[in-house]
Design a protein around this ligand. Structure first.
Ligand code: NOJ
Ligand code: CA
Length: 663
């Protein structure tokens, strides 16, 4: 349909640096974005295609638009900062082709933009009509893609989100997961992601012509992308925009585009630190299954509870306590029982001991992707844990991408993706069922985070990237730059249960392929750099007892913050975060580097101007390097104030961790 009356509407961010332009000028909805007067997203298509109703895009014109502004702040029950500012301008435009109608809402913040589609109930559509999406037309067009650099992992791969990052020119990307982070030649940093992914398929990005990244929704097993009804709103499509790399890290855009807490009083959601029967299995010293090397025994659990009590940890994770691990557990998810312990794990005795030691038992449910088996037992399994005082469960969905097994309502077995609409709903179901019992969920092999912790604060953490476990058996293990890329990519989506703190960096020798490719103090820095309200001290107790001086930092570091500031960083090279403890006046700093040693000058102006601090510094020794000398570290103290500056010396794949204790 030709469109002689093309309309163009626009909004700016509150600081006027970002401008979003929406139009129907080429006979279809499209948008573009400018930043500081330069085009950073060129004309990009918008629209949805439905199985029965056809395309809501081409041939649709803007029929009305309205603008509002809003400025507020809200409090996080736990988080990387206590108060979050939400200042934005909003544009809502309705489109119609004369028969059907849909709206697009844009919100412009100082740190980026978000937009979403709504298909309201309308006379042309029965309220119960099926609106099955067969294509989302949304594009993100990157100008001068050959000269932009992207940090990305493949989308729709067999290993879900667990890949090392590629660093390439943007036009070399094929299909990538979000958060998808890139830097234009001008130096502007951007990251494309989504917020509030519920009852919809995850958006992967597919590069069409060079620089044109198109929404590629993960399908159901029957090929449909999303099954909805009139009244549907899509998740927010988000673009974080900043001059500095650190600007991406200091952005609250994703959380601001999520709905407020729906769970009411969530004081029962407890941040904290834990140890667990875990690394021994990854190192092959123990087994999840029964036998001589069974890790999850009553006596071993008590030993870990003693260790946790002595050193001030809140919980002990126990993996391999329940029947079903024997044989090839990766492929036999249907035989897991979530209520029946192995004979050598006495759950009553363990929970009594947990009460006595004042250390919580942390639950574990590995489903191996057999989600119907899990669903059938879920209420009994959560009830059992509740009865035993468990307030946090780590869940697992180990299965190849596309291989989640479910049995449908007709008894037919189907295989789904971890990030399709079916699993998006399944993960959230586990979280809301757990919430009814005062239990928090830490999902491994999850769907990516899109900020739902704001709405469901008991969704306390997840994996969703290569974590520490890859250092035990991954081919290859995580490289030195991995944790210098994660903050700018995966971590933009929310907390990660990375499980830092390995002290025996090379159990099979420094030359072994499988070892941790960092220095020891970089392991300490991870507690501050990789935000999570729950942090594991992942190594075996004996390795901590050997280095109690360095272990002190893990004992001291909090997991709940009143402020967080990324103070330095470049993607893939280095990063430094300063965070303030929510429970005291102390600040902490974590800085880490990739394979290159470097010096970082850090101004301490984040400290309170009227206080003195004792800086307890854990740093790489002068001869440290990750390959041959990773245990060379120095612990020293200095008295500092907000007027001081520290020069940090980071070894190759090294790090510095500092506690600023208010005097
Ligand atoms: C994968 C998880 O990421 C890991 O932490 C866990 O130990 C295994 N699954 C077994 O559940
Ligand atoms: Ca995993």
């Amino acid at each position: 349909m030709s469109n002689v009356y093309a309309k163009t509407v626009s909004i700016n961010s509150p600081d006027n640096k970002i401008q979003v332009i929406l139009s129907d000028k080429n006979g279809q909805p499209e948008y573009s974005v400018n930043f500081n007067g330069n085009n950073v997203v060129s004309s990009s298509r918008l629209g949805l295609v439905f199985e029965q109703q056809g395309e809501f895009g081409n041939g649709f014109n803007i029929i009305d638009s309205s603008k509002t502004s809003s400025s507020s702040r809200w409090q996080q029950p736990w988080g990387e900062r206590e108060w979050i500012e939400d200042n934005h301008n909003k544009l809502t435009s309705s489109f119609s082709d004369g028969t059907y109608r849909f709206t697009i809402e844009f919100k412009a913040f100082d740190d980026g933009i978000g937009f979403r589609y709504t298909v309201p109930k309308q006379t042309a559509l029965a309220d119960t009509a099926s609106l099955n999406i067969t294509n989302e037309l949304t594009e993100f067009s990157v100008p001068d893609a050959h000269n932009a650099t992207a940090w990305w992992i493949p989308g729709r791969g067999w290993n879900r989100y667990e890949y090392l990052y590629n660093t390439t020119s943007l036009n070399k990307v094929d299909r990538a997961h979000t958060p998808f982070t890139y830097k234009l030649k001008s130096g502007t940093h951007l990251s494309i992601h989504e917020a509030a992914l519920t009852d919809y398929a995850a958006m992967v990005l597919d590069q069409r012509r060079d620089g044109t990244l198109k929404a590629d929704l993960t399908p159901w097993s029957d090929g449909t992308l999303v099954k909805t009804k009139p009244g549907v709103s899509t998740p927010w499509r988000t673009i974080q925009i900043s001059e500095q790399a650190t600007g991406l890290l200091n952005s609250d855009l994703i959380l601001n585009l999520n709905e407020p807490n729906k769970l009411g009083d969530v004081s029962w959601v407890e941040p904290g630190k834990y140890v667990g029967i875990w690394w021994g299995m990854h190192l092959n010293e123990n087994t999840w299954g029964s036998g001589d090397k069974h890790g999850a025994t009553t006596s071993e659990t008590k030993r870990y509870m003693d260790f946790a009590a002595t050193y001030g940890f809140d919980g002990v994770l126990v993996e391999g306590w329940n029947i079903g691990w024997d044989g090839s557990w990766f492929h036999n998810g249907d035989v897991f029982s979530f209520t029946q312990p192995y004979d050598d794990f006495d759950i009553d005795a363990v929970s009594e001991y947990s009460a006595k030691q004042n250390v919580r038992l942390i639950g574990h449910h590995e489903t191996s992707g057999s989600v119907s088996n899990y669903r059938n037992q879920m209420s009994d399994a959560y009830d059992l844990y509740k009865k035993h005082g468990v307030t946090q469960i780590k869940t697992g969905y180990v299965a190849d991408g596309g291989d989640i097994k479910r049995v449908d309502e007709n008894g037919i077995t189907r295989h789904e993706w971890h990030d399709g609409q079916f699993m998006v709903n399944e993960y959230l179901y586990s979280v809301t069922e757990a919430a009814k019992r005062g239990i928090s969920i830490n999902t491994h092999e999850p769907v990516k985070d899109t900020g739902l912790r704001r709405t469901y604060p008991n969704w306390i953490a997840r994996e969703g990237a290569r974590g520490q476990e890859f250092n035990a058996w991954g081919t290859p293990p995580n490289n030195p730059e991995h944790t210098a890329i994660l903050p700018y990519t995966r971590m933009l989506s929310g907390p990660m249960d990375f499980t830092p703190g390995i002290f025996d960096l090379a159990p099979k020798g420094l030359d072994a392929v499988n070892r941790v490719q960092t220095t020891l103090t970089k392991q300490l820095a991870l507690y501050v750099v990789l935000y999570s309200p729950i942090q594991m001290a992942a190594d075996l107790p004996r390795n901590y007892v050997e280095r109690l001086d360095a272990f002190q930092f893990i004992q001291d570091v909090p997991t709940d913050w009143s402020e967080s500031i990324a103070v330095a960083g470049e993607i893939g090279d280095f990063v430094a975060f300063a965070r303030k403890d929510r429970a005291s006046e102390d600040w902490y700093l974590g800085a880490l580097t990739d394979e290159n040693a470097r010096k970082l000058d850090i101004k301490l102006d984040f400290l309170s101007p009227d206080k003195q601090y004792q800086a307890q510094i854990y740093r790489d020794g002068d001869k440290a390097n990750w390959e041959t000398n990773p245990y060379d570290y120095v612990i020293e103290t200095k008295t500092v104030t907000a007027k001081d500056k520290l020069t940090l010396s980071l070894a190759t794949s090294g790090g510095t961790a500092i506690r600023f204790k208010a005097i």
